[in-house]
Design a protein around this ligand. Structure first.
Ligand SMILES: *[C@@H]1O[C@H](CO)[C@@H](O)[C@H](O)[C@H]1NC(C)=O
Ligand SMILES: *[C@@H]1O[C@H](CO)[C@@H](O)[C@H](O)[C@H]1NC(C)=O
Ligand SMILES: *[C@@H]1O[C@H](CO)[C@@H](O)[C@H](O)[C@H]1NC(C)=O
Ligand SMILES: *[C@@H]1O[C@H](CO)[C@@H](O)[C@H](O)[C@H]1NC(C)=O
Ligand SMILES: *[C@@H]1O[C@H](CO)[C@@H](O)[C@H](O)[C@H]1NC(C)=O
Ligand SMILES: *[C@@H]1O[C@H](CO)[C@@H](O)[C@H](O)[C@H]1NC(C)=O
Ligand SMILES: *[C@@H]1O[C@H](CO)[C@@H](O)[C@H](O)[C@H]1NC(C)=O
Ligand SMILES: *[C@@H]1O[C@H](CO)[C@@H](O)[C@H](O)[C@H]1NC(C)=O
Length: 360
């Protein structure tokens, strides 16, 4: 895992206090291991200030470390990347929503029609006529960001889970249009607004370094507690839209849907980080349980194989009702609940224009 120190502004996760106690009590009627886990969470809480924050904030780092040489990309990340251009003050820039399926397949009635869409943003300068694509994605593909490598020479699971932003000149219209979307969503009325966005992207790219596939919620109902948010290509697009709206970009009113991969669970229990779980003082049984959980899943997968692994996970969580989540380079236990896992393609509306900042 990266050794980057946490950013000064990052919100530290504080271990759970008394609510853990309540959970432990509730777990009494269930399997003994669950009770033990609840106790474990509680023990970790002892002495720590109790403040629960859901969803757990995604941790930001003060810089992006170089990936471990063990992680080797099958496809070079951002092969045609170029620096973000500086736009002229009087330029007007069109902003496009770009979306294309990565893979689709049909799996019985359980998961229905699975469709993983990739999201990106396009820009077109009116002054120069040049256009650009900006996207955020995995350095080592989705499988590597979702499942770790179990290396015989290492005790802890090993993750190749970095994700980053890529900016390059050109928009491949055909690629996005074929089975996806290429549509204008906003207008940037002054070049400096784009330049400010570019500064923000640089910062966002340096501090948000790892990819997270799963959104974890208490149930599929509206208003259900969200335990963990994903951090993927669509989240980057949504953050960028929000930033552009804050800077004063004007958005249209069109429907914009995104792929999300959900897990459903009761309140998660904090287990610890790589050192505390897999180090010499860690709980050996727990360490083995986590490795056993990940064993069936191979990280170095194509997207199609990833979907098949997703199906395996689905079976595993139905039978055992457990899931070990890796988030912020720490492990959590999720007591899984029906419907366990789901992929959706739901609307997340475009932002409204924010008029509070002007005169750029
Ligand atoms: C996933 O990581 C492994 C280990 O570095 C690598 O061999 C493999 O090529 C990666 N998979 C993809 C699709 O990049
Ligand atoms: C984001 O970081 C990656 C990895 O360091 C780098 O390759 C890429 O060019 C950066 N993207 C932008 C838009 O700065
Ligand atoms: C982007 O530029 C290319 C090359 O000029 C052009 O073929 C394409 O239609 C443009 N796409 C958009 C969305 O402006
Ligand atoms: C687009 O959809 C058609 C019909 O489903 C399919 O035959 C084709 O392979 C798809 N193209 C891509 C690039 O996914
Ligand atoms: C507009 O942006 C400012 C500054 O970022 C923010 O404080 C404010 O809440 C935003 N207003 C709306 C309506 O989003
Ligand atoms: C892992 O957790 C232990 C115990 O909570 C802590 O002392 C240590 O600093 C953590 N290590 C990292 C790399 O975060
Ligand atoms: C270690 O973890 C296992 C499985 O999670 C649990 O059953 C056991 O009680 C734990 N042992 C200690 C000493 O916490
Ligand atoms: C987009 O999401 C909305 C609600 O979130 C849904 O009603 C609509 O059917 C979705 N559109 C597509 C094309 O799936």
């Amino acid at each position: 895992p990266p050794q980057a120190p946490e950013a000064p502004g990052a919100v530290p996760w504080r271990r759970q206090g008394t609510p853990g106690l309540r959970r432990a009590g509730a777990a009494l009627g269930r399997a003994p291991w669950l009770w033990a886990l609840a106790l474990l969470g509680q023990a970790a809480a002892a002495g720590a200030p109790s403040r629960r924050q859901w969803p757990v904030p995604y941790r930001r780092f003060s810089f992006r470390p170089a990936p471990d040489p063990y992680c080797q990309a099958k496809y070079t990340f951002c092969p045609t990347g170029s620096p973000t251009p500086v736009m002229k003050g009087d330029d007007v820039i069109e902003v496009f929503r770009l979306q294309a399926p990565v893979w689709e397949f049909k799996y019985g009635d359980l998961l229905g029609h699975l469709k993983i869409m990739h999201d990106a943003i396009g820009f077109k300068s009116t002054l120069t006529g040049k256009n650009y694509t900006m996207e955020w994605y995995e350095l080592f593909q989705l499988g590597n960001c979702t499942f770790p490598h179990l290396r015989p020479e290492m005790n802890a699971p090993f993750w190749c889970n970095q994700g980053a932003a890529c900016f390059f000149e050109g928009i491949d219209d055909g690629h996005w249009k074929e089975n996806g979307t290429l549509v204008q969503v906003a207008t940037i009325s002054v070049g400096n607004m784009f330049n400010k966005m570019a500064q923000w992207v640089k910062q966002d790219n340096e501090t948000g370094i790892y990819y997270e596939t799963w959104t974890v919620q208490a149930s599929p109902e509206k208003g259900a507690e969200t335990w963990f948010e994903s951090y993927d290509c669509s989240k980057f697009v949504l953050r960028t839209y929000k930033k552009l709206a804050e800077l004063g970009a004007e958005f249209k009113k069109i429907e914009t849907n995104y792929t999300r991969i959900f897990l459903y669970s009761g309140e998660p229990t904090f287990l610890g980080n790589e050192t505390s779980v897999f180090g010499p003082t860690g709980n050996k049984t727990l360490a083995l349980d986590i490795k056993r959980f990940y064993y069936p899943f191979k990280p170095h997968l194509s997207t199609k194989e990833f979907l098949l692994s997703l199906v395996k996970i689905f079976d595993a969580v139905i039978i055992h009702r457990q899931f070990y989540l890796f988030y912020n380079f720490e492990y959590w236990f999720l007591p899984m609940k029906f419907p366990f896992i789901k992929m959706t393609y739901e609307e997340i509306p475009l932002p409204n224009r924010n008029n509070t900042i002007s005169g750029l």
